[in-house]
Design a protein around this ligand. Structure first.
Ligand code: SAH
Ligand code: SF4
Ligand code: F3S
Length: 443
């Protein structure tokens, strides 16, 4: 009987990519994917700790898997990723959930097979490495989608924004060699993958320390030449490092999509300084203007936080005002939570929970009205859509995405899945666009 595994993934796309690598490693070792956790011999939880809500989900899940294990005593429970990489958390997991067999961090996922073998012979194993040994290459990947692939280009972050745990749990910036990235993307395109999403906590720091010298714009130029690849996306870029060279590259390179995800976090200079973001409100708005000037039709998305320590009504009003001026297509909004060991966790002026909830509601309300207006403004326009397949909400219709990363639900031929279609938008909704095929492009 082959062993079966079941994975849970929390957090960012980098974590989803890591889970695909761990699934690849497991399948290479002979495991198959279980349809339900109840059938699994191995339950792997790849965790996130960027906010308290992400951690709470994992604590809850560990409780229910502990119960399941009482009925399936042979089941191995493994915890990986950012949560155990924090000081003391691996021990806390062990203490609260003795049913857990393996605890690893973010720096040794590529050794999963060796670690599981140790569990088999020795019993429970905890191995959290303080830092990465290297940039592992050539690992097997079990991808969720044949059409679109996550491709990490750099790992770690050196920015140390004062609220953020990521640099502590992901280590220092390290970039993959361009030839390895190009080879991976070429192989993907040869297998029919049409879109890649280049991943990094801060992709515009790509290439630091590599020789010969290369930067992110240079990497985009290399990937733009890969035959059979239609679309290149990337996330996340830091507004501070988003220079003219990168804007020009995005404007010039035909495969690079017209979508810019630029987390602003706050609209008040005082708060931005306390967050150590390295740009001002005006600098950010200038960047938005430049992008709109150089890349017609670009969509701009962002992350925003409310309730940073000491955030006053005036600071919050500055965030709302920035949102009105920037007119984001979409914003991911968060309530600030202190993260242990980060500078902001000891800042004074904690904002009361009810104030945070009121502010986030107000922010979401404003952003929704802007997002809806922008989507309505798409009505009548024709977009190139990469057809994914039947829409989950309505299998009679198809779904896909525009180059600007908007979801489109439309009427068309299901046989066009995997191709590009020209879709005329007839309705702009809050969360997506609706339309009808006007003709086929390529493919
Ligand atoms: N590397 C990316 C993403 C980091 S985490 C970047 O630099 O933008 C994703 C988002 O989570 C951040 O953009 C921020 O808005 C939010 N976030 C990070 N730390 C947080 C905290 N302590 N409380 C609430 N939100 C947080
Ligand atoms: Fe966190 Fe800032 Fe690094 Fe993003 S750039 S991962 S917010 S420290
Ligand atoms: Fe979370 Fe780790 Fe990503 S903390 S957001 S999974 S880098």
């Amino acid at each position: 009987m082959t062993k079966q595994y079941f994975t849970y993934t929390y957090g960012c796309q980098m974590n989803e990519s890591d889970s695909e690598v761990m699934a690849g490693i497991l399948e290479e070792a002979g495991y198959t994917r279980a349809a339900r956790v109840e059938d699994a011999d191995l339950a792997l939880i790849n965790t996130c700790c960027v906010r308290r809500t992400a951690e709470n989900k994992v604590w809850g899940l560990l409780g229910s898997l502990g119960h399941l294990k009482k009925r399936r005593p042979g089941m191995v429970i493994a915890v990986s990723g950012c949560m155990p990489q924090q000081e003391g958390v691996a021990d806390e997991i062990r203490r609260r959930f003795p049913a857990v067999d393996l605890v690893i961090g973010t720096h040794n996922r590529h050794e999963l097979t060796r670690l599981l073998a140790r569990v088999e012979t020795e019993g429970p194993v905890t191995e959290v490495l303080p830092e990465a040994c290297c940039v592992p290459e050539g690992l097997p990947v079990k991808r969720e989608s044949a059409l679109r692939a996550w491709v990490p280009v750099m790992y770690g972050c050196n920015n140390f924004c004062t609220y953020c745990i990521v640099p502590y749990v992901r280590g220092r910036e390290r970039s993959r060699r361009p030839e390895n990235i190009v080879r991976e993307v070429e192989a993907l395109a040869a297998q029919g993958c049409r879109e890649v999403v280049l991943l990094g906590q801060n992709v515009n720091a790509y290439g630091k320390g590599l020789s010969p010298r290369i930067n992110f714009a240079g990497l985009l130029a290399l990937l733009n030449e890969v035959e059979g690849l239609w679309r290149i996306r990337y996330t996340t870029s830091h507004p501070r490092d988003f220079g003219d060279e990168l804007i020009e590259a995005a404007a010039r390179l035909d495969r690079v999509c017209e979508n810019f995800h630029l987390p602003v976090q706050a609209g008040s200079d005082r708060v931005l300084r306390l967050m150590r973001r390295g740009y001002t409100r005006e600098g950010y708005l200038e960047l938005v203007r430049k992008i709109r000037g150089s890349v017609p039709g670009a969509s701009i998305t962002t992350d925003i936080m409310v309730g940073f320590p000491g955030e006053t009504e005036e600071d919050f009003a500055a965030t709302l005002d920035l949102v009105r001026q920037a007119r984001f297509d979409q914003a991911f909004t968060f309530v600030y939570n202190p993260r242990r060991g980060t500078p902001a966790a000891s800042f004074e002026g904690a904002v009361a929970e009810e104030v945070k909830s009121r502010r986030i509601q107000e922010l979401i309300g404003l952003q929704q009205s802007i997002g809806r207006e922008l989507n309505q403004a798409e009505e009548g326009r024709v977009h190139e859509v990469l057809v994914e397949g039947p829409s989950a909400g309505n299998p009679e219709r198809l779904t896909g995405r525009t180059r600007t990363n908007k979801t489109v639900v439309f009427d068309g031929d299901p046989a066009t899945a995997g191709r590009l279609a020209a879709v005329r938008i007839n309705t702009g909704r809050l969360t997506h666009l609706e339309g009808k095929v006007v003709g086929k492009d390529e493919g």
